[in-house]
Design a protein around this ligand. Structure first.
Ligand SMILES: Cc1ncc(COP(=O)(O)O)c(C=O)c1O
Length: 440
């Protein structure tokens, strides 16, 4: 291919010969910081506190193997065939049982099985977003949801949170000012339980208030709940969808409570929306994997899946406690959130430290994390770090936090040297302050 594309525009130095052919929305498909990190963090000598991989080794292999064998023995031709674009009916019924644990009552008719909840996120965005439409999302928010929103040319508007989750008053203010600016708000994307990355849970009172605000303003709520069943002590408040069925699209997944390798998630949609979601699902993938769905269905039928979720809870609870105690030991002057479930701790650095700029140094010290900037569409998050405790063993977590402390203290020493003040008081943050000063 020549340096000049068919459009007649020169491609300059760009090495991609198709540079000028891409649709405009492709510009939103930039590689996330998390993605770039995986390559580095997967080196065995690096302790990765970066990724959100569930600890699937806690799942006894024979549980899965038994289900696999039964599917192949009893349902082989069906499992290997195309299936319904909406998903296997028996599994959709079982999904209702899973959601009932979060207070949700629905109909299997309104469940659409997708290729992970990530795919449901993409389908809902595709159905609703025109370029320039606004998606309201917590600040910070789940990085790969924002990649989807950007790829459909949505504008992401971050609404601040505190330790009780999204702040309703701030939501009201954001809606009012966006409307005054003539913007079209299409939906509110929220992760109410054990938030990724902030680790906080939306209180019950706020759930009710946020639903009311959404209703008053005719805004759809997209409730993303991958972690709700992975609580440490008591369950989180019931789902937003348990209160409101017409204005909420609920997303669930087997990725964290079973295994992400199956790539099975789902949407529970208001009846009016579900037909379009099924059509969008069919257009994208024809049907979700019959094989994966049937294996999960067998597993739910025959295995003690609730007991297995309890096992996962115990594993993650221990890791969270290890991480928090290592942080208290090695970085006692910093602040962080204390999640009551899920995978993540959100750490606030001393003022003037930059989580993104510090990352190469951390990798040199053989520890990886995700800089807070990955979780904002607007450049926020420099003073924050997401630490994941789901995958590394407790021992690795201790090593990782110790290395992180070396990096942070090294940066502070540098800062002190250059500031020449001899005092660090000005750059240290008060313990357990939330929200961090740059959460906007
Ligand atoms: C908040 C959130 N939503 C959605 C997903 C996607 O999960 P999956 O596609 O595996 O169901 C993740 C995965 O980490 C997540 O953290």
């Amino acid at each position: 291919m020549s340096e000049k594309a068919n459009t007649g525009r020169t491609t300059g130095n760009n090495l991609d010969p198709w540079y000028h052919h891409y649709a405009q929305r492709t510009a939103g498909l930039s590689a996330s910081e998390v993605r770039a990190l995986f390559a580095v963090a997967s080196r065995p000598e690096v302790v990765s506190l970066a990724g959100g991989m569930p600890f699937v080794s806690a799942l006894p292999q024979d549980l899965v193997t038994d289900s696999l064998n039964r599917v192949m023995r009893d349902l082989g031709p069906t499992a290997l065939q195309y299936g319904s674009g909406q998903g296997v009916p028996a599994l959709r019924e079982q999904i209702l049982e899973v959601m009932a644990l979060e207070g949700i009552q629905g109909s299997a008719d309104d469940v659409i099985v997708t290729t992970g909840s990530q795919h449901a996120l993409e389908l809902v965005t595709k159905l609703f977003i025109d370029p320039g439409d606004v998606v309201l999302a917590e600040g910070p928010s789940y990085v790969t949801a924002m990649v989807v929103f950007n790829s459909f040319q949505a504008e992401v508007d971050h609404v601040p949170m505190d330790e009780w989750g999204l702040i309703p008053e701030a939501l009201r203010e954001h809606i009012a000012s966006l409307k005054a600016a003539g913007k079209t708000i299409k939906f509110l994307y929220t992760i109410p339980n054990f938030h990724n990355p902030a680790g906080v849970t939306l209180s019950w009172e706020r759930r009710l208030e946020i639903l009311e605000i959404a209703k008053q303003n005719d805004i759809l709520v997209l409730e993303d709940n991958p972690y709700g069943l992975l609580y440490f002590d008591g369950p989180p408040p019931q789902a937003l969808r348990s209160v409101e069925s017409d204005g909420v699209v609920y997303l669930g997944t087997f990725s964290k409570t079973l295994a992400p390798g199956f790539r099975v998630g789902w949407a529970l949609a208001p009846h009016a929306i579900r037909e379009k979601l099924i059509l969008a699902n069919e257009a994208a993938i024809l049907c979700p994997s019959s094989f994966s769905q049937l294996v999960i269905s067998e597993y739910l039928k025959n295995a003690d899946w609730k007991g297995q979720i309890n096992t996962f809870r115990g594993v993650y609870r221990e890791r969270k406690e290890t991480m928090l105690s290592a942080l208290s030991e090695h970085l006692p002057e910093l602040s962080w959130t204390n999640p009551t479930g899920g995978f993540y701790v959100w750490l606030t650095l001393p003022a003037h430290l930059d989580s993104k700029a510090m990352l190469p140094r951390a990798v040199t010290e053989l520890v990886a994390y995700t800089p807070g900037t990955a979780f904002y569409a607007d450049g926020g998050g420099r003073q924050n770090i997401r630490l994941s405790f789901c995958y590394p063993t407790p021992e690795s977590i201790r090593v990782g936090v110790r290395r992180l402390a070396t990096v942070i203290n090294g940066e502070l020493d540098l800062l002190e040297t250059f500031a020449g003040t001899g005092s660090l008081d000005a750059v240290r943050t008060p313990r357990n302050s939330f929200p961090p000063s740059d959460m906007h």
